[in-house]
Design a protein around this ligand. Structure first.
Ligand SMILES: Cc1cc2nc3c(=O)[nH]c(=O)nc-3n(C[C@H](O)[C@H](O)[C@H](O)COP(=O)(O)OP(=O)(O)OC[C@H]3O[C@@H](n4cnc5c(N)ncnc54)[C@H](O)[C@@H]3O)c2cc1C
Length: 219
């Protein structure tokens, strides 16, 4: 059971997705969270932690995060070196990036992610499999369409800017310019701030009210 704010959780699985990206699965140890929230995670003997959206769902008996190593970063190279049976420190989940279950039925959702910004959307679609969503995933290369088989192929669009092996060649902003959204759509944006600013502008110009646009900025 959890005591205090930071707790040690044992890594029980590690999936390497690309040279720089991996999923860590940890024992849950009673950690409570709702889909879309984030936790602070760090190596067991360090003093530094960073925020990570929870990739798994509240129904799972484990907790997962999707991490991209930042070269010369303080925390991600240390997390990358960890393996099964190592520990990580994790604090309580926080954050307001969430879906209101009361308003979800009958609503259309647009999820726009850059890179590992897909993490909260993975948790959303696994937690609420009945929701009517389109997920735009902006990546450089098709191999960065992390675990795309987890999503309904009719709802997932990999927008690849550097190769032609995704579903759409170009950035998520190019896709949206060619495929305008219905103004009643509830729009969720997650990832780097440049993408979020650009997409926010496009959606507002397409008639989406700012109160229907929700954002989670990673860096
Ligand atoms: C609410 C929230 C949720 C987050 N969730 C995730 C998540 O699910 N998965 C994830 O991988 N990251 C996530 N991040 C980013 C994460 O917290 C760290 O910033 C990132 O892992 C880098 O940590 P670091 O200590 O290795 O690098 P640092 O030493 O902190 O940073 C080095 C530099 O890299 C930049 N940087 C940070 N992240 C990236 C990136 N992804 N790509 C390129 N440059 C970057 C920083 O701005 C900084 O200039 C989230 C951030 C926030 C605020």
């Amino acid at each position: 059971m959890r005591k205090g704010s930071f707790n040690l959780h044992t890594i029980i699985d590690k999936r390497v997705l690309t040279d720089s990206t991996f999923v860590l699965r940890m024992a849950r140890n009673g950690l409570k969270f709702s889909a879309g929230q984030h936790i602070q995670v760090g190596p067991p003997n360090g003093i530094h932690t960073r925020e990570y959206s929870v990739y798994s769902t509240p129904k799972d008996d484990f907790i997962e995060i999707l991490v991209r190593e930042v070269e010369d970063g303080l925390v991600t190279p240390a997390l990358k070196k960890l393996d099964v049976d190592d520990g990580v420190v994790i604090n309580d989940a926080v954050g307001y990036f969430s879906i209101d279950k009361e308003v979800a039925p009958g609503r259309r959702f647009l999820f726009v992610a850059s890179g590992t910004g897909i993490s909260p959307f993975h948790s959303f679609v696994k937690t609420y499999p009945e929701i009517d969503y389109t997920l735009l995933h902006g990546v450089r290369w098709a191999e960065e369409a992390y675990e795309r088989d987890e999503y309904n192929p009719n709802r997932y669009v990999a927008c690849t800017s550097r190769d032609h092996k995704g579903d759409f060649h170009g950035r998520v902003t190019d896709y949206l310019a060619k495929n305008p959204v219905n103004p009643d759509t509830l729009c969720y944006l997650c990832g780097n701030c440049d993408m979020i600013y650009d997409v926010f502008d496009i959606l507002e110009k397409q008639g989406v009210k700012s109160t229907n646009i929700f954002t989670e900025v990673y860096f």
